[in-house]
Structure formats: structure tokens, C-alpha cells
Design a protein around this ligand. Structure first.
Ligand code: CAA
Length: 379
């Protein structure tokens, strides 16, 4: 067993860290305050290859492995978790299902501009009545000659409004349950496709989250992804890989919060000495470091399995469950170590705590991760 990162991984970490600190760090508080998505940062991420880390070079990607991808999302999230999830939702949830299930024509038309970062992607699975129960989708698709007619709505969609390409699930035959669901590639600007309300969120406030509304949207039949009835399995396999991205995001938030707390406790003087000299602080920092290291091993293991094309469902769910609970615990300790200042917006500690919470919820709550893990270990 070799735990060393390769030269490529180390270079990747350095490049992404430099970018995150220079380009994402300075405006992070302001974007959070204004709930403002940055098209500029997204464009720069595309230029540097972050939009297509794992995709084959022939389709515009970088052709790197999933550990490189995990490092990318981790390093962005260490500074600004909203940028981290923009890349994760784009790559894992939109470009990846097209890469895994798309036809050659779909890959040329949609994957290439997604992988190069020319276009931004999003994933429409969740609905008001179909959250954890993803098979309960009420959006419908009806075949009409060379088209499918899409009606319904989706909610909590990351990157929506700004994204150009959407992978969307819809029910074609309710009597078949999850086997009646199909997945489609939908383009922004298709007549009848519009955006509903923008969500006002607790954290990741500069990541865009909107509703999608479909009113008799005519989707060309060639935009069916996979086969009719395969949509639920496409969504589940997409999420298997997607959860590596969210686990990486959680890991990055935890790492960032830990470093902030470490720096603060070395500078903050109380009772005549830096508070890092008190055992209470040292034990907290030791716990934070240990939990982060354990999370990192699970996240990179899931990345390793994905790169080896081995089953990732269980490993990704374990990584997401542990890393997101670590992010919540570490950011909470981070705020505590900052004392009263940690509760103000003067320091990033409170933003990181707010950002951490969503990692226990989206792409499957911690409860859903436990369901996935249990199903895997009991079968
Ligand atoms: N890969 C392939 N097939 C899978 C699968 C997987 N990982 N998981 C399930 N399946 C198949 C099963 O084999 C089964 O197939 P058959 O019908 O042929 O037997 C079928 O799918 C149904 O499986 P289940 O009975 O296990 O499905 P379920 O209805 O009980 O649901 C669940 C299981 C794990 C709870 C699932 O619904 C789930 O993951 N829910 C959470 C959804 C989620 O993560 N939503 C997040 C939205 S995206 C998001 O958050 C984006 C963002 O903003 C960043």
C-alpha cells in the first residue's frame, strides 16, 4: 500500500492552491455577503482545466485521475466552498454522466465544451416531493415523434441559471416506478425552460441555487441520455462519483477552518500567553488534525477506486459521510477557538461553519449515505 501522492498530484495541489488563494480568497467574504455567483472565477477555473480534470483529452479534458480531481475540489473549498461546489456539480453531476452514458455525438456536442469550461453544467434530479426519495420524480417526459415533451420542475439546483447544459431526470411511465425514469440533456434557452426562485441559503451563498421550470419543453430525441427507463440508475451512478466531489469539498472546508484556527490561536493572547499554549486548545487542534487526516484517507481512497474503474458507491458514501461530519465538527471547533470573534463576520470561521452544513445534506444526506453503506455491507 502506497500513501504517497505522485508528482502530478503535488503539482496539481500547488497550482490550485495558488489560484484559490490569489483569485478566490480576496472576494470570498463579499461574494458570500452579496450572495453573488462569480462568472469570472468560473471562467478562470475553465482556463486552468479545473472543469474537466478527469475527462479524456480527446473530449477536451485533462485526462487526470480522481485523486487529482479530489485535490482540485479540496483546495478550492479550503478557501471558498462555493467555488468548490461549482466545479463539483459541473464536473461530477453534468459532464460525468454524459461521459459515462453519452453517445459519441452527445460527447462531441456537450462533453467537449463542458470539459474545456466553455460551458457550465448542472444536474436536475431533486424535486419538492422527491428529495431523499429520488425515485419519486413527478416531472414527466412524453415521446412525441422525434421529440420528448418535458413538464414539471426541479429544485435546489446548483449552478442553475448560469449553467448552459443540464442533465435532467423525468418520469415516462409511473407504473414502472424507478424503471420508468429517463435522463435527458437539456439546454438553457430551449423554449419552455425557465428558472424559478433563487434560494437564499445559510451557506455556500455565492454558489447559484435555483429552481428549474419545464413547460412543454421540446427536447430532441437524440438528447435522451442512455435508454428510456435507465434514468434512475444513471442518476445513482452519477451520485456515486459525485459524492467524491462533495467529500472533497467537505475535506477542504475542514482543512481551511483548521488552518484558520491554528493561526488564530497562535496569535491570540489571553492570561499572558498565546491560547495555543493551553492544553484545551492543543487537544482541540489535535482532534481536528486527526479527523481531517482520517477523512483525507477515505476521500483519496474513493478517488483511487474511481480511477481504477472499481465500484465506488460504498467508498464514496463512506468518504462523504465521514468528511462532511468532520467538516461540521472541525468548523464548529474552529468557531469555538476564535471565541467571540469567531461568531462575527470579521473572520472566515463562521462562513466555513455555515458552508460545512450543506455537505451533510446535498448529494444525499448523512442518513442516505448510511442507507447506501448499509445496503452495500449487507448484500
Ligand atoms: N448504481 C446503480 N444502480 C443502483 C444504484 C447505484 N449506485 N443504487 C441503486 N441502484 C438501482 C438498484 O439496483 C435498483 O435496481 P432494480 O430496480 O433494477 O432492482 C434500483 O436502482 C432502485 O434501487 P433502490 O431500491 O435501492 O432505490 P431506492 O428508491 O430505495 O433509493 C437511495 C435508494 C439510496 C435512498 C436513493 O434514492 C438516493 O441516493 N437518494 C438520495 C438522492 C440524492 O442524493 N439526491 C441529491 C440530489 S443532487 C444534489 O444534491 C446536487 C447538488 O446540489 C450538488
Amino acid at each position: 500500500m502506497n500513501f504517497d501522492l505522485t508528482e502530478d498530484h503535488i503539482m496539481m495541489r500547488k497550482m490550485v492552491r495558488d489560484f484559490a488563494e490569489k483569485e478566490c480568497g480576496p472576494g470570498a467574504e463579499e461574494r458570500d455577503e452579496k450572495e453573488e455567483f462569480s462568472m469570472d472565477i468560473w471562467k478562470k477555473c475553465g482556463e486552468l482545466g479545473f472543469a474537466g480534470v478527469t475527462f479524456p483529452e480527446e473530449y477536451g479534458g485533462v485526462g487526470a485521475d480522481y485523486i487529482s480531481y479530489a485535490i482540485t475540489v479540496e483546495e478550492l473549498s479550503r478557501v471558498d466552498a462555493s467555488v468548490g461546489v461549482t466545479i463539483s456539480a459541473h464536473a461530477s453531476l453534468c459532464a460525468n454522466p454524459i461521459n459515462m452514458f453519452g453517445t459519441e455525438a452527445q460527447k462531441k456536442k456537450y462533453l467537449v465544451p463542458l470539459a474545456t469550461g466553455e460551458k457550465l453544467g448542472a444536474f436536475g434530479l431533486t424535486e419538492p416531493m422527491a428529495g431523499s426519495d429520488a425515485s419519486g420524480t413527478r416531472t414527466t417526459a412524453v415521446r412525441d415523434g422525434d421529440y420528448y415533451i418535458l413538464n414539471g420542475s426541479k429544485c435546489f439546483i446548483t449552478n442553475a441559471y448560469y449553467a448552459d447544459t443540464y442533465v435532467v431526470t423525468a418520469q415516462m411511465d409511473k407504473s414502472k416506478g424507478n424503471r420508468g425514469i429517463a435522463a435527458f440533456i437539456v439546454e438553457k434557452g430551449m423554449p419552455g425552460f425557465s428558472f424559478g426562485k433563487k434560494e437564499k441559503k445559510m451557506g455556500i451563498r455565492s454558489s447559484a441555487t435555483y429552481e428549474l421550470v419545464f413547460e412543454d419543453v421540446r427536447i430532441p430525441a437524440e438528447n435522451l441520455l442512455g435508454q428510456e427507463g435507465q434514468g434512475f440508475k444513471i442518476a445513482m451512478q452519477t451520485l456515486d462519483y459525485g459524492r467524491i466531489g462533495i467529500a472533497s469539498q467537505a475535506l477542504g472546508i475542514a482543512q481551511g477552518a483548521y488552518e484558520q484556527a491554528m493561526n488564530y490561536t497562535k496569535e491570540r493572547v489571553q492570561f499572558g500567553k498565546a491560547i495555543s499554549e493551553f492544553q484545551n486548545t492543543q487537544f482541540k487542534l489535535a482532534d481536528m488534525a486527526t479527523q481531517i487526516e482520517a477523512a483525507r484517507l477515505l476521500v483519496y481512497q474513493a478517488g483511487y477506486l474511481a480511477s481504477q474503474h472499481k465500484p465506488v458507491g460504498k467508498a464514496a458514501a463512506m468518504a462523504k459521510l465521514f468528511a462532511s461530519e468532520t467538516a461540521m465538527a472541525v468548523t464548529t471547533m474552529g468557531v469555538q477557538l476564535h471565541g467571540g470573534y469567531g461568531y462575527t463576520r470579521e473572520y472566515p470561521a463562521e462562513r466555513m461553519m455555515r458552508d460545512a452544513k450543506i455537505t451533510e445534506i446535498y448529494e444525499g444526506t448523512s442518513e442516505v449515505q448510511r442507507m447506501v453503506i448499509a445496503a452495500n455491507i449487507l448484500k
